[in-house]
Write a protein that binds this ligand. Sequence first.
Ligand code: HEC
Length: 117
Amino acid sequence: MKKTALSLLCLAISLSTASADDVIKGAMKKNFKPEDAIAKKVGKGEATDAELDTLIKCVQAICAATPPKGDKAAWVEKCKTMVAALQKVKAKDASGISEFKKANNCKACHDVFKPAK
Ligand code: HEC
């Protein structure tokens, strides 16, 4: 149940056909890709506490999902690193932002976990 609620949080956009497989895609489209995506705001030190909470829950939800490619255990590790960095940012620990930026390397993660088209 908890997992479902978290997934929905990630997919709060208009994804009426949300399924477990779409959790990661939905999260990417909503919280990573847009110019004003929370993941980008965090990198600039502009995310509010509420936005940080949203992103933390979102990353926890994709952590529970299985990426289309790559090793699940490595995926969980990666997501956990992101969550830990976000929690530091929220606790106003200055190292959090640089740790998050390092973990949120779009290409590095896509190379391993996102299938080529
Ligand atoms: C923790 C790993 C990870 C990070 C970091 C990450 N992504 Fe992704 N991203 C994925 C995975 C896995 C997929 C493939 C999801 C699928 O096909 O189900 C994906 C897919 C996408 C997609 C395609 C969504 C779709 O509709 O198919 C976009 C766009 C995207 N990512 C943007 C970004 C951007 C921009 C960043 C950096 C700011 C980023 N991602 C960082 C793991 C990551």
